[in-house]
Ligand binder design. Structure first.
Ligand code: ATP
Ligand code: PRP
Length: 205
């Protein structure tokens, strides 16, 4: 049995058509049911659909053999026990530092609101900038407006959310897209089964 973990939401909408082209699909009645583990058209492949941040957790511990998640989530989680095999080139965006103005970034200790605590800490450490990280789970763009932080580290695609909230992007921290990852142990024990699907997916990217 091979278990594939997919991120709910934005990535799921883009990854299902890709998997279908690679020969793997979930029937609509399965997807629309309250089941949490879905049968596919392939009898020995199951799919689970979970919160994006939970995907690397399931894969690291071998509860899922393969996972598909954003690079943002993977960077934040760390790569222990996980191999990244493919860039699916979907759900593309950038992890950026944004603020209302350049002056707001001129602080001895910069207050940074973000969901990406580890990536932000690593970035400011590399820059030699002292910072205080304020962990948020969403709506980061509100933090500078309401004086919670001097700036944010968040994902930017069109830039519309920044603009609508009076913010501007100042630094590009990393390029983000969805990646296919595998459990390191399963990559040995289920190598041919995993490779078959990785090759099939790689062929349709
Ligand atoms: P959750 O609510 O479960 O914590 P989320 O709200 O971050 O997750 P989505 O908005 O569906 O979930 O985003 C999932 C992934 O899609 C992110 O981890 C990132 O890789 C990518 N992503 C997020 N925002 C954008 C965007 N504006 N444009 C393109 N890709 C994005
Ligand atoms: C993401 C991200 C930004 C926005 C950027 O939020 O956190 O707020 O997209 O996209 P843009 O540059 O095209 O405006 P999302 O829409 O996923 O909402 P969430 O933060 O509630 O998950």
């Amino acid at each position: 049995m091979l278990t594939i973990a997919l991120s709910k939401g934005r990535i799921l909408q883009q990854v299902l058509p890709l998997l279908k082209k690679a020969g793997l699909e979930i029937a609509d009645e399965e997807l629309n049911s309250r089941k949490l583990i879905f049968d596919t058209n392939i009898s020995d492949v199951k799919i689970i659909v979970i919160r994006a941040t939970d995907v690397p957790v399931f894969v690291q511990h071998g509860a899922a053999d393969i996972g598909i998640a954003g690079k943002d989530v993977l960077l934040e989680h760390g790569s222990q026990g996980i191999f990244e095999l493919l860039d699916l080139k979907i759900a593309k965006c950038k992890l950026m530092l944004a603020a209302a103005s350049a002056e707001k970034l001129e602080q001895n200790t910069l207050k940074v609101a973000t969901k990406y605590v580890n990536s932000a800490k690593q970035y400011f450490q590399q820059q030699g900038q002292s910072c205080e990280i304020i962990k948020l789970y969403g709506a980061m763009e509100l933090a500078p407006t309401l004086g919670l932080a001097h700036c944010i580290v968040d994902l930017v695609d069109s830039g519309n959310t920044l603009k609508a909230n009076g913010l501007e992007a100042f630094e590009h921290i990393s390029d983000i897209s969805s990646r296919l990852v595998v459990n390191a142990a399963a990559f040995k024990t289920k190598n041919s089964q995993i490779k078959t699907w990785v090759n099939a997916i790689a062929a349709v990217i």
